[in-house]
Design a protein around this ligand. Structure first.
Ligand SMILES: *Cc1c(COP(=O)(O)O)cnc(C)c1O
Length: 372
């Protein structure tokens, strides 16, 4: 194995990065910038932001409304506030998520309560939370469920849970631009450069509830509504017309980019065919995202990471050991987290980008197969 890694290194062309984001090119953004020059409207819900929100909402059906915001983390915080989640109460969430989910709850004045993810779907299930509720270490006013790396949870099952328990459900679909499409749960999507559709920094919340959408809009804009009187505590989380220009150009490019993401996924799947590497259900086949996180045999991750590194191939354990392991959340209550600990030990983010070619895929697969 070590010998092969050295040989590959000797004749390999260049290092393989774990991600290579590609946002709209300047020429594609320019027509939108010219519209800004003409309108002389630069921020505060201008025409480009309105168009972007309409196009984003349209992806969720006729009744959906989208509210853009400075990033998905702010989107989650403001959605908790707009729903009236009580400060000082617990906000349930899986520990198996990006730390932003937990930061968002803390910024809304709630205490994260970490629960375990399902072994196969890598998600918190309504069954797990409902069973844990009677033993919750305090009142629970909300749960943030997560679409791990872009894989959507069962929205209908969570709507049932919300009806039965009264706990408000918010969906952190930060990485699920492609798969998200049901406005019945407030759904927060990120437009960060590393996500599948990027505009640098940015995010949006989709809902089918007009009252929730206007509360969210007010929260992003100083609590103003139709006058200079601030109606309640709020912040500034608006996006500018310049950000919207990039977002609109990214949406124009999306049909082609989406095909490129799917093609790259198929290339990697094909190279790894017959190995003991497991993909998320439907990854690169039914839905796409900007990362490739795979399941490896229990205990194999450190060996695979080292072998790939020796061949100049970068990997990333995107969510580390889970949120509960971060010092920032050491004081937060949690249940036992055996599946989260197992995911931390056995999953691995492989290099993935929309122009990943067969040669790169073969280099990655050769190492994984020989070190596996
Ligand atoms: C990327 C991500 C976020 C943060 O999104 P930002 O727009 O960078 O704030 C939150 N949650 C999850 C699950 C993510 O993957």
């Amino acid at each position: 194995m070590a010998k092969q890694a050295r040989n590959l290194r000797a004749d390999s062309v260049s290092p393989i990065a774990v991600a290579k984001p590609r946002l709209p090119l300047a020429d594609a953004i320019l027509p939108y910038l010219r519209r800004i020059d003409t309108a002389r409207w630069y921020s505060n819900f201008g025409p480009l932001v309105q168009e972007l929100e309409e196009r984003l909402a349209h992806r969720f059906g006729a009744n959906a409304l989208a509210v853009t915001c400075s990033n998905a983390t702010q989107g989650l915080t403001l959605t908790l506030k707009a729903l009236g989640a009580t400060p000082g109460t617990l906000c349930a969430m899986p520990s198996w998520t990006f730390v932003a989910t937990a930061h968002a709850a803390v910024q809304a004045g709630l205490m994260p309560w970490f629960l375990d993810a399902d072994r196969d779907s890598w998600m918190l299930t309504p069954q797990t939370l409902e069973a844990a509720l009677p033993r919750a270490p305090g009142p629970v006013s909300a749960v943030i469920i997560v679409a791990p790396f872009g894989h959507m949870p069962d929205v209908a099952a969570w709507l049932d849970f919300q009806d039965r328990t009264g706990v408000k459900v918010i969906l952190d679909a930060a990485a699920a631009f492609d798969a998200a499409g049901d406005p019945r749960l407030p759904t927060v999507v990120s437009l960060h450069a590393t996500k599948v559709l990027g505009m640098g920094e940015g995010g949006y919340v989709v809902t089918d509830d007009p009252a929730l959408a206007s509360r969210l809009r007010r929260l992003t804009g100083f609590g103003f509504e139709g006058s200079r009187l601030s109606q309640h505590a709020a912040t500034n989380a608006k996006i500018s017309e310049y950000a919207a220009a990039v977002g609109l150009a990214a949406l124009d490019a999306w049909p082609g980019d989406r095909l490129r993401w799917f093609t790259a996924a198929q290339t990697l799947r094909q190279a790894l065919y017959g190995s003991d590497i497991g993909f998320q259900p439907g990854w690169g086949r039914d839905w796409t995202t900007s990362v490739c996180v795979v399941a490896t045999p229990e205990g194999a991750a450190p060996r695979l990471i080292a072998a790939l590194k020796a061949a100049d191939i970068d990997t990333r354990q995107w969510w580390g050991e889970g949120c509960h392991a971060s010092p920032a959340f050491a004081e937060c209550p949690r249940t036992d987290l055996p599946n989260t600990e197992r995911l931390a030990r056995s999953t691995l983010g492989l290099p993935f980008y929309m122009d990943l070619d067969a040669a790169d895929a073969a280099r990655i697969a050769d190492i994984l197969k020989s070190a596996g």
